[in-house]
Design a protein around this ligand. Structure first.
Ligand SMILES: [Zn+2]
Length: 279
């Protein structure tokens, strides 16, 4: 009598099973690719100082140490626009350890303290600017300084509303008609003013004090912003509303370990209560 091996070791059966497993793996892989959000850490700075610090400042040398740490640990600082195009699917890939650097408010210490370090490490930086302060407020940069920074091709100006208002307070104070006009000035007016001065399209917005609501998110999109940023401590993710993307504010109390947790995604995975402590 001929020996018939059990079905599970017959050649045809094995080949069939292998094909099935392969097909399932490919299907799961492509579905996973489609649903897994693309994420990038976006850092948010304000002011730099070699002397006294307020809560929004960071010591200039500490910023330098953070940039050195990124370099030593294999991170690539990429332009905000590149990261956003990647999230939109317009760019296929970015370096595995990518990070974006943004600075809000246009403080003059960006020009005096930060820029030399930015030039040393040749890193791209996005400046979220509110035009009412520029060439006007004592603490702010001038239009000439902003243009000079953009000439380096390292800095790029985007919008931080027109005069840095608190939308919550204004909404309470103004009639609905006045408030609509006010929002248009802050979102559309700022975009136009910055585009006139800088001579390029302004596509991105940073919410002031991180304040936004559902209506403002719709207004920002209608105004023509491609994406907008909060200070909600998480990676910017293609899975989130494009008008409310996360950023990590970096301040003086953060240690290099805290900084590492922001860029490597550890803080993103922390429970909300723990994140409040990091803040
Ligand atoms: Zn601000």
């Amino acid at each position: 009598m001929r020996y018939n091996p059990p079905i599970f070791i017959q050649k045809g059966f094995l080949v069939g099973m292998f094909r099935l497993i392969l097909t399932v793996a490919v299907l799961v892989g492509s579905l996973w690719g489609a649903v897994t959000p693309k994420k990038v850490p976006v850092l948010c700075y304000h002011r730099f100082s070699s002397g006294d610090l307020d809560s929004m400042s960071i010591k200039t040398h500490v910023f330098g140490e953070q940039m050195e740490w990124l370099k030593t640990n294999g991170y690539t600082v990429i332009p905000l626009d590149t990261a956003m195009q990647y999230m939109e699917g317009k760019i296929k890939s970015i370096p595995a350890k990518s990070v974006v650097i943004t600075v809000d408010d246009g403080h003059k210490s960006v020009y005096s303290d930060m820029a030399p370090i930015v030039k040393k490490y040749k890193i791209p930086v996005t400046l979220f600017i509110y035009p009412s302060a520029i060439s006007n407020a004592k603490y702010a940069m001038t239009w000439e300084q902003l243009t000079e920074l953009e000439t380096t091709k390292l800095f790029h100006v985007e919008s931080h509303t027109y005069w840095h208002p608190n939308f919550k307070h204004e909404k309470k104070k103004l009639s609905s008609e006045e408030y609509a006009k006010f929002v248009d000035k802050q979102l559309g007016g700022a975009k136009k003013k910055l585009e006139e001065h800088m001579g390029h399209e302004v596509k991105y917005l940073a919410w002031v004090f991180g304040i936004y609501d559902d209506a403002l998110l719709i207004d920002a999109k209608k105004t023509g912003y491609a994406m907008a940023f909060t200070i909600d401590r998480k990676h910017a993710s293609s899975g989130d509303n494009a008008m409310a993307l996360g950023r990590y504010m970096v301040i003086s109390k953060h240690t290099i370990k805290d900084f590492e947790r922001m860029v490597d995604g550890t803080e993103d995975r922390m429970p909300a209560a723990k994140k409040e402590v990091v803040k």
